[in-house]
Design a protein around this ligand. Structure first.
Ligand code: PMP
Length: 430
C-alpha cells in the first residue's frame, strides 16, 4: 500500500510545509485516521495531539461528516458560484450568521485561511476607497501569524516570517510590541502603551487593525490578556478604524469560548474563520463583515467586492462545514474542552518546574510547554512516534491541541510523552 519507494519518491519530489528539498526532515506515512488515532503505514497507531493544526476538532473519519460529504457528492460536487447559488452555501452561511456576533451578517466564502485574511484585508482597503480615502496601512502585533500569502505574510511577525527576505516587495505595516501580560496575569496598562502610541500617531493612515484575538498561534502560542483586546476595540472605535479578528485557529471552541473574542466581550468588524470550519475534513474558510462595511465597499469605484475564486463556495466543503457547525451548535464541545483544559492544567502545568522548561501554559484545549532551548525536531518527533503519539513541536514550543473527543487516557498518553521527552538533552539544540 505504501512502499519504501513511495517514501523515497516523496522525499525526492514533494514539498512539505516549510521544508528543504535538499535535506528534508523525515516524514511519517499515515494511511488511515479514526477518532483520535492516526495509523501509520507499518500498522502503528498514534494518538493525535495536533488536530491536524487546529482543524480536526471532531476527530477523524467522523460518520456525520462523512455522510454529509457523501450526500452532497450524490447531488453535486461543485458548481461555479458566479451567478449561481446552492443549498449547501446558504445553509452554511445561515449558520455562520447565526453563530457569530449579531453585527456580522455578510459572508464571503474563501478557499483557505490565508485567503480569508487576504479577503479581509482587501475588504478594509475597499471600505476606505468607498469612503473616498486611500488608506493602505495595517496595524498589527509582533508575534502574530496570519498566513503565507503575501498580504497575509506582510502582517505576520517580521522575524518569524522573515520579512528581510522580501524587503522591497512586501508592503510595510505597523507592528506594536507583542502583548506581555498573560491571560491570567494582573493587567498592566503599560502593556498597551506601544499599540496606543502607534494608533495615535498613524490613525489617519490606518485602514484596519488585524490581530489574532487572545491566542497568538503559530507566532509563539501565546495567550494574552483580554483587557488588551478590549483596549484595541476602544481605540478602533475612537479613531474609526476597522478591527479584523483572525479566528482561523481559535474559532469554534478551541480557547474555551466559541470565539476567542468572547473572552473580552469584543465584536470585530471583520472576522476570519477557517481550519475547524469543516471539522478538518477539507479546506474552506470564511470572512464575515457588517452590513455597513459591505455597503461601503460597494460604494467604491469598483462597485463590487473585487474577489471571486474558482472554487468559491464549493458545495462539498460547504456541506461538510454545515454539518460540523451543527455538531458545534449542539454544544458538547463545551464540556469536552473544559475537561481537556482541567486535565492539561493538572498534567502540564507542573512541568513548569522542569529545568528544560521556561513556561507551561494552558487555555481551553491548548496546552503549551515553552522550553529554554529550541527543539531538535527530528529527534523529538521520532521519540514521540516511538511513544505512540503525534506531537509536532517547533522552535521552543511543544504543544497540544487534541480533537475535542479525546479520552482522558489518550490525553494522558500525550502529556506523559511530553514529560518524558523533556528528560533527554538530545531532544534540544545545544
Ligand atoms: N491565520 C491563523 C491565525 C492561522 O493559524 C493560520 C494557519 N496556521 C492562517 C491564518 C492561515 O491559514 P491557512 O494555512 O489555511 O492558509
Amino acid at each position: 500500500m505504501f512502499t519504501p519507494d513511495d517514501l523515497d519518491f516523496d522525499r525526492q519530489h514533494i514539498w512539505h510545509p516549510y521544508t528543504s528539498m535538499r535535506d528534508p526532515l523525515p516524514c511519517y506515512p499515515v494511511v488511515a485516521a479514526q477518532g483520535c488515532q492516526l495509523q501509520l503505514a507499518d500498522g502503528r497507531e498514534l494518538v493525535d495531539g495536533m488536530s491536524s493544526w487546529w482543524a480536526a476538532i471532531h476527530g477523524y473519519n467522523h460518520p456525520r461528516l462523512n455522510q454529509a460529504l457523501q450526500q452532497q457528492m450524490a447531488q453535486m460536487s461543485h458548481v461555479m458560484f458566479g451567478g449561481i447559488t446552492h443549498p449547501a452555501a446558504v445553509a452554511l452561511s445561515r449558520q455562520l450568521v447565526a453563530m457569530t456576533p449579531e453585527a456580522l451578517e455578510c459572508v464571503f466564502l474563501a478557499d483557505s485561511g490565508s485567503i480569508a485574511v487576504e479577503v479581509a484585508m482587501k475588504m478594509a482597503l475597499q471600505y476606505w476607497l468607498g469612503r473616498g480615502e486611500r488608506r493602505q496601512t495595517f496595524l498589527t502585533l509582533k508575534r502574530g501569524y496570519h498566513g503565507d500569502t503575501f498580504a497575509a505574510m506582510a502582517v505576520c511577525d517580521p522575524e518569524n516570517s522573515m520579512h528581510s527576505l522580501w524587503r522591497g516587495y512586501l508592503p510595510e505595516h505597523l507592528f506594536a510590541a507583542a502583548p506581555q501580560c498573560g491571560f491570567t496575569d494582573t493587567w498592566d496598562d503599560a502593556d498597551f502603551s506601544d499599540f496606543a502610541r502607534l494608533a495615535e500617531q498613524h490613525h489617519r493612515d490606518i485602514a484596519a487593525v488585524i490581530l489574532e484575538p487572545i491566542v497568538q498561534g503559530a507566532g509563539g502560542m501565546r495567550f494574552y490578556h483580554p483587557r488588551y483586546l478590549q483596549q484595541v476595540r476602544a481605540l478602533c472605535d475612537r479613531y474609526g478604524l476597522l478591527l479584523i479578528a483572525d479566528e482561523i485557529a481559535t474559532g469554534f471552541g478551541r480557547s474555551g469560548k466559541l470565539f476567542a473574542c468572547e473572552h473580552a466581550g469584543v465584536t470585530p468588524d471583520i472576522l476570519c474563520l477557517g481550519k475547524a470550519l469543516t471539522g478538518g475534513m477539507m479546506t474552506l474558510a470564511a470572512t464575515l463583515t457588517t452590513r455597513e462595511v459591505a455597503d461601503t465597499i460597494s460604494r467604491s469605484a469598483a462597485g463590487c467586492f473585487m474577489h471571486g475564486p474558482t472554487f468559491m463556495g464549493n458545495p462539498l466543503a460547504c456541506a461538510v462545514a454545515a454539518e460540523s457547525l451543527a455538531m458545534v451548535a449542539e454544544g458538547e464541545w463545551q464540556t469536552q474542552v473544559a475537561a481537556i483544559e482541567q486535565q492539561l492544567q493538572r498534567e502540564l502545568l507542573p512541568l513548569q518546574l522542569h529545568p528544560a522548561v521556561a513556561q507551561a501554559r494552558v487555555l481551553g484545549a491548548i496546552g503549551v510547554i515553552e522550553t529554554h532551548q529550541p527543539v531538535n525536531m527530528a529527534a523529538l518527533q521520532q521519540f514521540f512516534v516511538e511513544r505512540g503519539v503525534w506531537i509536532r513541536p517547533f522552535g521552543r514550543l511543544i504543544y497540544l491541541m487534541p480533537p475535542y473527543l479525546i479520552s482522558a487516557q489518550a490525553l494522558s498518553q500525550l502529556t506523559r510523552a511530553i514529560r518524558d521527552a523533556l528528560d533527554h538533552a538530545g531532544h534540544f539544540q545545544p
